[in-house]
Design a protein around this ligand. Sequence first.
Ligand SMILES: *[C@@H]1O[C@H](CO)[C@@H](O)[C@H](O)[C@H]1NC(C)=O
Ligand SMILES: *[C@@H]1O[C@H](CO)[C@@H](O)[C@H](O)[C@H]1NC(C)=O
Ligand SMILES: *[C@@H]1O[C@H](CO)[C@@H](O)[C@H](O)[C@H]1NC(C)=O
Ligand SMILES: *[C@@H]1O[C@H](CO)[C@@H](O)[C@H](O)[C@H]1NC(C)=O
Ligand SMILES: *[C@@H]1O[C@H](CO)[C@@H](O)[C@H](O)[C@H]1NC(C)=O
Length: 191
Amino acid sequence: MLITALLSALALFSPALAVSINNTLYIITNAETPSLDRPGLTPIGLQRAQDCIPPIFADLNLGLIVVCKPNNKTGACIPANDTAAPLAASLGLVPDSHCGTGDDASDACVGNTLTKYAKNSTLAILVVWDSAEMDDLLENLDIELPGGDDDDDADDFTTHADLLLIKNQKQTVIETSMNCTGIDGTAPGDF
Ligand SMILES: *[C@@H]1O[C@H](CO)[C@@H](O)[C@H](O)[C@H]1NC(C)=O
Ligand SMILES: *[C@@H]1O[C@H](CO)[C@@H](O)[C@H](O)[C@H]1NC(C)=O
Ligand SMILES: *[C@@H]1O[C@H](CO)[C@@H](O)[C@H](O)[C@H]1NC(C)=O
Ligand SMILES: *[C@@H]1O[C@H](CO)[C@@H](O)[C@H](O)[C@H]1NC(C)=O
Ligand SMILES: *[C@@H]1O[C@H](CO)[C@@H](O)[C@H](O)[C@H]1NC(C)=O
């Protein structure tokens, strides 16, 4: 009885549509932020947004950048928006932030946005999302992080701003580091 009830509860909350697109999808979170909700990015965060992220994506054929909706009043998603801005400017793209954020966000919005875009374009897509909302984003896109089904995996994004998820047609999701010179440590094999 209990198990049946649990299973149907789980079924209720499982995401209705998994995004199935052929476009390569990249997902990152906001760059480093100061403590205590003070605004902006830290100097390291600025360095990541301005100097590291634009070259990473310069040649990856991005056609769409989706960002959670920045809210000047609550401060939500301002860091994610600030993280995406230099890259967007360098590529001449205007980030799509119509999906809202946090409680304002519709669960299906990002998935629908990606699916709609994929109908019309094969270019790659980058999603830049608030680290605190990463759990929900991944769940809504039905993306499983490598290394299992532990719900807490997305917590890594709140402590590690360098994480980069890559999903493409042929592979399961890859979790890697941006490897920003000087701020992300040394990759194995580098000197
Ligand atoms: C993805 O590509 C395959 C062929 O490689 C095609 O059959 C399929 O319809 C495509 N899916 C979408 C959602 O575009
Ligand atoms: C929010 O703040 C940013 C930066 O200060 C400003 O550029 C933008 O116009 C503001 N947006 C709204 C809706 O007030
Ligand atoms: C979000 O970033 C864009 C540039 O991509 C900028 O024009 C806009 O003012 C930013 N919004 C807020 C609320 O900071
Ligand atoms: C698809 O792309 C064409 C040409 O770029 C554009 O005119 C059209 O509005 C796009 N359709 C959708 C649904 O985005
Ligand atoms: C970061 O470095 C690791 C280890 O060298 C490598 O496997 C990975 O592909 C690199 N990530 C990127 C985005 O280049």
